[in-house]
Design a protein around this ligand. Structure first.
Ligand SMILES: *Cc1c(COP(=O)(O)O)cnc(C)c1O
Length: 380
């Protein structure tokens, strides 16, 4: 079976460095907030081009810590795409605020600025207080902040960029993580930059906000640890994970180049048969996923099943918009025509930096064969 995401190939490549990094942590014994945490935060700030990075327990807690620091509360409307991973809306609901769902664009799958305006008007008509917007950089491509910023500015909203899938990407010369007033990412193992457990980070140029988040990350601590000035959480990254990330960061740019090569290879082979990913001019994806759209006349389940039978895994991100999920269906939502089309037609193919041409040829052949069978069935 081909791996959907092969973490083993990367591990084998840098295993001695990883072993040494983990051993150093075992030697110094500072498992919580050890020196690697601060070194990683500094390196990530440098990489993303921001003043401050706060590492934390995972990408979901990263979003939550920001919303807590901003004082998000009941009656606040926070605008989130429906076509995303649940965490983006979940953290809004945690704080008793209202996620208001926004549709995405049919080509990039990222937040549709026109739909954002529709959602803001809807929230106002419901007597909610529009406070902020959380665009998601879906599948690795940075959302179009250049179009979202003017709307947010006009409406007095802050922008929190959910860069969980896009760390390493760039748009208009700026890195993912540096867009918006603050941004978050995830180091879940399968993300472009992943650790070997849970991890996340928050990026911002706002020093006061950084200080509040650092306090919230350790139970709302004040000047010292047993001084509680806020209701916070236990949101720390573990030192061992920071040590692992420091080693992975060293080969990250090279891996991004390899991911680009894999994406180009797929696109070249598939562009005449399916809708291949559209990356904006001026934009470079981190290729967290390579997601195609199948013609709606084809049975997606059958295509996936045929591939599975040939040892080729695929995944569906996402088979429903959040506005259609039982836990979120009662929240307000702009019209969702694009999300509903995409959730029925998208299919993500195996993607990681170590996919070889031979394996990709196999995947491409499998996909084209599944198409032939289906098309024959439709005609016959
Ligand atoms: C993965 C992901 C998260 C959450 O990250 P975790 O580290 O798994 O908590 C949030 N938002 C998006 C868009 C994601 O893909």
């Amino acid at each position: 079976m081909i791996s959907f995401i092969d973490l083993q190939a990367q591990q084998q490549r840098i295993r001695p460095q990883l072993d040494a990094a983990i051993s150093r942590v075992l030697d110094h014994g500072q498992y919580i907030m050890g020196p690697e945490i601060f070194e990683l935060e500094q390196k990530l700030s440098q990489y993303a081009g921001v003043k401050h990075t706060i590492s934390c327990s995972n990408g979901t807690d990263a979003l939550a810590l920001v919303l807590m620091a901003l004082g998000v509360k009941e009656k606040d409307a926070i605008f989130v795409p429906s076509f995303t991973f649940a965490a983006t809306a979940e953290v809004v609901a945690w704080l008793g605020a209202t996620p208001v769902f926004v549709d995405v664009l049919p080509d990039t799958y990222n937040m549709d600025p026109e739909s954002l305006q529709e959602a803001i008007d809807l929230a106002k008509s419901l007597n909610l207080h529009p406070k902020g917007v959380i665009p998601v950089d879906l599948f690795g491509q940075v959302a179009d902040y250049l179009k979202i910023e003017p709307i947010a500015q006009k409406e007095g909203l802050w922008i929190l960029s959910d860069a969980a899938q896009s760390f390493g990407a760039t748009y208009a010369g700026k890195k993912a993580g540096s867009w918006g007033h603050m941004a978050t990412t995830s180091f879940f193992p399968a993300k472009p930059l992943g650790c070997y457990g849970e991890g996340g980070a928050i990026f911002t140029n706002d020093t006061a906000l950084m200080e509040a988040i650092c306090s919230l990350r350790i139970h709302g601590q004040g000047v010292h640890k047993y001084d509680n000035v806020r209701v916070g959480m236990n949101g720390r990254l573990e030192t061992i994970q920071a040590a692992i990330l420091l080693e992975k960061l060293k080969i990250f740019d090279e891996e991004l180049t390899l991911r680009q090569k894999v994406a180009d290879y797929y696109t070249h082979a598939l562009k005449d048969t399916v809708v291949t990913p559209h990356v904006l001019e001026n934009s470079r994806s981190s290729w967290a996923q390579y997601t195609i759209q199948l013609p709606s006349t084809l049975d997606r389940e059958k295509v996936a099943e045929h591939l599975r039978d040939s040892g080729i895994p695929t995944a569906i991100y996402y088979h429903k918009g959040l506005h259609q999920q039982p836990a979120y269906a009662h929240y307000p939502s702009a019209s969702m025509s694009t999300t509903e089309v995409l959730s029925n037609t998208v299919l993500s193919l195996p993607m990681h930096p170590y996919l070889t041409d031979a394996v990709q040829d196999n995947i491409i052949r499998g996909l084209l064969h599944a198409f032939e069978i289906q098309t024959f069935r439709l005609v016959g």
